[in-house]
Design a protein around this ligand. Sequence first.
Ligand SMILES: NC(=O)c1ccc[n+]([C@@H]2O[C@H](COP(=O)([O-])OP(=O)(O)OC[C@H]3O[C@@H](n4cnc5c(N)ncnc54)[C@H](OP(=O)(O)O)[C@@H]3O)[C@@H](O)[C@H]2O)c1
Length: 353
Amino acid sequence: MSYKVIQWATGGVGRAAIEAVLDHPDLELVGCWVHSEAKSGKDVGEILGIDRVGVTATNDMHDILAMEADCVVYTPLFPTEQEVLDLLASGKNVVTSVGWVYPFKTMDLTAINEACQQGNSALHGTGIHPGGMTERFPLTLSALSRAITHVQIDEYSDIRTYGAPNVVRDMMLFGHTPEDARKSPMVQFMSHGFMQSIDMVADELGFNLDPKKRTIHDLSVATAPIDSPIGIIPAGHVAAQKFTWQGLVNDEPVITATVSWLMGEENLEPGWAFGPEGPRYEIAVSGDPDMQMIIHGCHPHSVEAGLERNEGIVVTALHCVSAIPYLCEAGPGVKTYLDLPLISGRAAPEFQK
Ligand SMILES: NC(=O)c1ccc[n+]([C@@H]2O[C@H](COP(=O)([O-])OP(=O)(O)OC[C@H]3O[C@@H](n4cnc5c(N)ncnc54)[C@H](OP(=O)(O)O)[C@@H]3O)[C@@H](O)[C@H]2O)c1
């Protein structure tokens, strides 16, 4: 059985998703929406710099709504709920890296549920962090432990490998003064996603969380000029940021998710570092017994390699694409990891890198 797929937006995640759909034995690419007018009308292969694919990109949503397709991989820079509603109502399942991982406690889903009923379609939010490391993998690991008291998920990344300088400088506010960076809209934007992950872990494990979760935003500044892909970061300006979100019981953390983004390890105050394990994800379940998992492979080996092809972006796309065959059989509504069967990749014994 082959599922017909439309890719929505061709940024880093979108381009990696297209490659994954083209390679997937159960999937067929039938359409592509682009935000940019310059890309509209081009063959998808031309946009990716690969052989012709035979699918023409459009920036007209009506073209996409009129297409027959089983699923849309929705990965724009900013999500627009009305677009998602229209896609669902037109009978297309939607898998996305931009939200809805576990929206039941924080979002009004009336319109989404109506659109899913109208289109007999489903919505699945996924990704890597949040959307994988923060809930899917800790919950899997938790099955090996009992009497769980705390779940910790940590990301350590070299932010120099993230090839979106505008986002790093203008949204994340790296290179700005600490006073400016404290006002970063990223805190609220990211909190929306990470709080959903914390809710999923709490609900499944059975933690009855306090109504209010905790958010902490720590900054580290350059002690000397740091050369980076967004230009020189002057001494005294922000060169590393750490975000912490906590689900609490009686004001004590029981679920903690952190994201540590560093512009390398030199000339930072406080002197944060990746440590001997380097950039990675770490998951720790405190219980009987304590379980720990360290995940490599989502981080590039060097800044140059990351700017060329960042594995963190690629795995985000793959998590979306791998879910498609499962989502298309799931029935209508919002479907999380708790609703879908075990999502896996696909074999290709002949594949050569
Ligand atoms: N959950 C996770 O773990 C995770 C991980 C990585 C990324 N993400 C999210 O996934 C999304 C895509 O990430 P990305 O790295 O692919 O971003 P990106 O490289 O910046 O690409 C986003 C694409 O969105 C389109 N776009 C540009 N401006 C837009 C606007 N104003 N409104 C709507 N679309 C616009 C463009 O598409 P065209 O080029 O086709 O015109 C652009 O290439 C982002 O929202 C990001 O936050 C989530």
